[in-house]
Design a protein. Structure first.
Lengths: 372, 297
């Protein structure tokens, strides 16, 4: 009996040894390594490799081999790279381009050939819309605005709100609209909505109208320059309520232009690089600082997330069949990744939104919000 | 709308209008003498803020000295533009000079983008400018009191130069008839150089005051204020200094009050300003004071 056991064990070891030696799991990386947005692709690649150093590079007992193809920040190249990864390199899944335009070019090919693809940072809603094999590791603007509205109602206890959004930016308009929808759904009221335009420097008329309506909270989902000037002028005009903004606020210029007027400003962010939300997040931050000697960036963190989501899905699928991997990705629920706990729904990532506040000329972590 | 709110909006309008007025004077001065719309004016305005900014941040000079040097450098830049870009075209058709002016404007903007970058910088302001005062319930920034005072001072200085000095007599002569003036032995090129120095120094002052109100400077910051000040100059009657000031206040008040009375139309704020320009060009091309006052500076 014991002899038999040893034999079985030996055979098992032998087989697994043979398997791992001969068979690796190939995952494609279709990234912007050169061209206009090379910085994004390189940061994502950096993040993927860093997380492999932390969690190891094997799944299902097999070694994961990454096949990197540079898409040169170009849509056509991104499509070609996708075809090459699938037909020639025989990958079972792909980590896709950083930007929406290239992801929109790569998506339909993966859809047709039934190979799952996941982008770290492509935010255009069309990227995943109506597609089964296309995913992303970041959340979308509606989700961020909903989180902001929930934070405004539940934590800041705001009853009334005003919105001052930039009509020249789709991003700002979308955030403003989704914030209003969610804020009113939660029993609050948006009492005044005003607009400005990128490059505007004077907001006094809009702000006077807003102050006259006396809202508890002012939502300014714009970019940092406008946010800084709006805060400045709002405070000069005597506004004392809360100001809440979105991830567009995250730039050093917010402080150099806004000065003491941005003190107390809240904003929603994708990630806070100073504080890990979980064990793996903290490990990533520590490892990154140790290796590169600076604070980690959002792109790398989301790249690491994309990799973790894929590896976890392959593990749960228990197979390298792309169709089964796809199903497993779609079933991802509360998976611990670098930027928090992620759940995948209709191809998009749902994860906690970070809220930060300006204190003493820098952003300070307040809490995370998960939309309920 | 309550009275306090209305008064606040009125003050907002006067505040932004007085800045347009100051800029419009510069446009109108050069036009009155040369018949040229100096589109580079708004870019000299931008350069003024950067010169002052770098004096403060790099050379750590006091605020007032940085501003003085900035304004002086603007005058030098204005003269250089005249010498390099406009003088060779003195006898060319007007349209050539106009297109060159647009070219110079783009050149300066893009030079700025390449050298200092597009990311905005915060402009340091003295307390005198940034403190907020409460007047009849309206909150007004210090700079809002200073701009009209400075504008009127400038107006007096301009009138003095134009009507009481030899250079002023020559300027008026050039504006009437350049060729005859030249025949009278006046160095016309030098007079034009002085005119540009004066106009560009005004742009520099305008830029610094603008940055005191909106403490964010970037290479394209002059574009929209420039267009609006130009509109103000046309509405007031281009070539007329008092008209330019009046036009500035009208444009400033118009764009604030449309938002105040029709909050739903905030997106059309700029469109409204340029509609005023079109209406004036159609109905009264000479502007408000273009016909009433014949005498041009």
């Amino acid at each position: 009996m014991r002899k038999l056991f040893v034999v079985v064990l030996c055979v098992g070891l032998l087989l697994s040894g043979v398997a791992s030696a001969q068979e690796t799991i190939r995952i494609g990386a279709n990234l912007e390594m050169t061209g206009a947005v090379a910085a994004y692709g390189q940061m994502i690649w950096e993040g993927i490799n860093l997380i492999r150093e932390i969690v190891g590079d094997t799944v299902l007992g097999k070694k994961v081999e990454l096949v990197l193809v540079d898409n040169k920040s170009d849509k056509v190249e991104a499509a070609n790279a996708t075809t090459r990864l699938i037909d020639k390199e025989n990958v079972v899944a792909i980590i896709g381009p950083a930007i929406s335009g290239s992801m929109l070019a790569a998506g339909p090919i993966c859809e047709e050939k039934q190979i799952p693809i996941i982008s770290a940072t492509a935010t255009n809603p069309l990227v995943t819309q109506g597609k089964k094999f296309v995913f992303r590791a970041c959340f979308l603007d509606p989700y961020q605005a909903a989180a902001a509205a929930q934070f405004a109602r539940e934590d800041l206890k705001a009853e009334t709100a005003a919105i001052l959004s930039d009509i020249a930016q789709d991003y700002c308009v979308a955030l403003g609209n989704f914030f209003k929808e969610e804020f009113e759904k939660r029993g609050g009221k948006v009492i005044v909505e005003q607009h400005c335009k990128t490059g505007d420097q004077d907001f006094s008329a809009q702000l006077t109208t807003i102050i006259n309506a006396n809202p508890d909270l002012l939502y300014v989902p714009n970019y940092y320059t406008e946010i800084a000037l709006i805060c400045r002028q709002a405070r000069d005009l005597g506004y004392e309520g809360i100001i809440l903004s979105a991830d567009g606020a995250d730039a050093p210029e917010l402080f150099s232009v806004g000065g003491d007027a941005v003190e107390g400003l809240y904003h929603t962010a994708i990630w806070d690089a100073t504080k890990g939300l979980n064990d793996i997040g903290q490990k990533y931050i520590d490892r990154y600082k140790e290796k590169f000697g600076k604070d980690p960036n959002m792109f790398g963190a989301l790249g690491a997330d994309a990799y973790l989501i894929l590896i976890n899905a392959i593990e749960r699928a228990g197979s390298t069949d792309p169709v089964r991997i796809r199903e497993a990705i779609e079933d991802t629920e509360n998976l611990d990744v670098v930027t928090g706990k992620v759940t995948i729904e209709n191809g998009d990532a749902l994860k906690p939104v970070v809220v930060r506040k300006v204190e003493g000329g820098k952003f300070v972590f307040v809490k995370t919000v998960t939309v309920e | 709308m309550s009275w306090v709110t209305f008064f606040q909006q009125l003050m907002n309008g006067i505040s932004v209008g007085s800045l347009y007025a100051l800029l419009a004077i510069g446009y109108t001065l050069v036009y009155g003498i040369l018949g040229l719309i100096n589109f580079a004016h708004s870019d000299v305005f931008m350069l003024g803020t950067y010169f002052a900014f770098f004096m403060m941040v790099i050379f750590l000079l006091p605020w007032w000295l940085s501003v003085l040097i900035g304004v002086a450098l603007c005058a030098v830049v204005g003269m250089s533009i005249e010498r390099v870009a406009y003088r060779p075209l003195r006898n060319a058709p007007r349209i050539s000079a106009l297109i060159t002016a647009v070219g110079v404007s783009f050149f300066i903007e893009n030079l700025g983008l390449v050298t200092v970058g597009a990311r905005p910088k915060g402009f340091p302001r003295p307390d005198l400018m940034k403190n907020v005062y409460v007047l009849l319930g309206a909150r007004i920034q210090g700079v809002t009191f200073w701009v009209p005072v400075i504008s009127i001072l400038i107006l007096f200085v301009l009138f003095y130069i134009v009507y009481r000095t030899k250079i002023g007599i020559a300027m008026r002569a050039v504006s009437r008839d350049m060729e005859t003036t030249r025949l009278m032995g006046v160095d016309v090129d030098r007079i034009i150089l002085y005119t540009f120095a004066l106009g560009s120094a005004l742009a520099g002052i305008g830029g610094v005051l603008w940055a005191c109100k909106y403490p964010q400077i970037n290479p394209l910051m002059g574009v929209f204020p420039g267009w609006k000040a130009f509109t103000a100059a046309v509405v007031g009657g281009i070539g007329n200094v008092v008209g330019a000031m009046l036009g500035g206040f009208i444009i400033g008040l118009a764009e604030i009050l449309i938002v105040a009375f029709f909050p739903g139309l905030t997106g059309y704020r700029d469109a409204f300003v340029f509609t005023i320009l079109i209406v004036f060009l159609l109905v009264r091309p000479g502007g408000l004071m273009g016909e009433a006052v014949r005498e041009k500076v």
